[in-house]
Write a protein that binds this ligand. Structure first.
Ligand SMILES: [Zn+2]
Length: 306
C-alpha cells in the first residue's frame, strides 16, 4: 500500500493488487463527507483501510463509497468494506446494484475468465447489505469529501458504468471509460472484456467525456493524467483497431488463442517501443489481452458478423 496526495482534499491509494504497484487505485476524498471512489477487490481491503489511516482519517468516518462499475477490481471489496466501515453507504449504477447485493452471477462470470486464480486475485467477494446500497441515476449529484460530483452514465466497457464529474475542478473520475493508462507511459490499453462490451456505446461515452472538457482524468488503472485529448483519441483508435483486427482474424478462421497471441505480440512491440523492454507486463496484470480478445469476439459475434 502507498498513498499519493493529488490535491488538498484528494488522495490516491495504491491497493497493490496482485503484488503490482500502480495497477488498481482507490480515491479518497476528505471533507465534510469523507468518501471513496472505487473499493479495489476484496483481497486488498486491508490496504485501502491502511491508506485511509495513512491519510490521517479514522476509517470509521468514511460515509460514502461510489463505484464506477461492479467488476471485481473496482467494487469487489464493497461488501467487506461495509463490514469494516460502519457508516459507509455504497453508491452505484442502477444496473450494477443487484450484483452488489447478490454477487453470485458476477462471480460465476468472473470464474469463467479467471478459473483457479479467482480467489487468489480478488479474495472473498461478499454481498453488500441491501439497506446500504444506493442507486444513482444519470446526472444524479453525490457529495464526496468536500466535492459535489455528478454521476454520468457512460456505457461501453460495461453497460452499468458511471463516471464521476467534478465540474468545479475539472477532475473526472473515469473508472474504465478512459481505458488503462499508467504513470510515466503514454500508451493506452482498451480494456474490452466480456460480456457487456459495446464499442459503439463506448464511443458515444467518449464523446460525452470530451464534451465536458475535463482538465484531469483520474483513472482506476491508474492515477491522474492531464494529456486528456490525446489519451481519449488513442483509446478510441485502439478500440476501433481491436474490432478491425479481431474481425479479420475471425474471418480468416483463427481461434481465440491464435488471435490473442497476435494481439499480445503487437501490443508488446507497441508498448516496449515507447516505454522500454519489459514495460508491457504491468498492462497484462490489469487487463490480460486474452480477455480483451474474448470480449471483442463476443461483441463482433453479437453485432457485426451477422
Ligand atoms: Zn471493468
Amino acid at each position: 500500500m502507498s498513498i499519493t496526495r493529488l490535491s488538498r482534499d484528494l488522495f490516491l491509494i495504491d491497493t497493490g493488487y496482485a503484488g503490482t504497484p500502480e495497477a488498481v487505485g482507490v480515491y479518497l476524498l476528505l471533507g465534510d463527507r469523507p468518501g471513496l471512489i472505487e473499493t479495489g477487490p476484496a483481497s486488498t481491503v486491508d490496504a485501502v483501510i491502511g491508506g485511509i489511516r495513512a491519510a490521517g482519517l479514522d476509517p470509521d468516518h468514511i460515509e460514502a463509497i461510489a463505484v464506477s462499475h461492479i467488476h471485481l477490481d473496482h467494487a469487489g471489496g464493497a461488501g467487506t468494506l461495509t463490514q469494516r466501515l460502519p457508516k459507509a453507504q455504497v453508491y452505484v449504477h442502477p444496473r450494477g446494484a443487484p450484483h452488489l447485493v447478490d454477487p453470485t452471477r458476477l462471480l460465476n462470470s468472473a470464474a469463467r475468465l479467471y478459473g483457479d486464480e479467482l480467489e487468489r486475485l480478488f479474495g472473498q467477494t461478499v454481498p453488500v447489505p441491501e439497506s446500504r446500497v444506493h442507486v444513482l441515476a444519470d446526472q444524479d449529484p453525490i457529495v464526496l469529501g468536500s466535492r459535489r460530483l455528478t454521476a454520468l452514465d457512460t456505457p461501453g466497457h460495461a453497460r452499468h458504468h458511471h463516471v464521476y464529474w467534478d465540474a468545479a475542478s475539472g477532475d473526472l473520475f473515469t473508472g474504465d471509460v478512459a481505458g488503462v493508462a499508467l504513470p510515466r507511459s503514454r500508451y493506452v490499453r482498451a480494456p474490452t472484456p466480456p460480456p457487456e462490451l459495446d464499442v459503439q456505446a463506448w464511443r458515444e461515452s467518449l464523446r460525452r467525456v470530451r464534451s465536458l472538457r475535463p482538465k484531469r482524468l483520474l483513472l482506476t488503472h491508474f492515477g491522474p493524467h492531464d494529456w486528456v485529448p490525446d489519451l481519449l483519441d488513442q483509446l478510441e483508435e485502439r478500440l476501433l483497431q481491436g474490432v478491425e483486427t479481431v474481425r479479420e482474424d475471425m474471418a480468416a478462421g483463427l481461434a481465440d488463442v491464435a488471435i490473442t497471441d497476435r494481439l499480445w505480440q503487437a501490443a508488446r512491440r507497441d508498448i516496449e517501443a515507447r516505454d522500454g523492454a519489459g514495460a508491457s507486463a504491468r498492462f497484462e496484470v490489469i487487463m490480460p489481452v486474452r480477455q480483451s480478445v474474448l470480449g471483442l469476439m463476443r461483441y463482433i459475434e453479437k453485432t457485426i458478423a451477422g
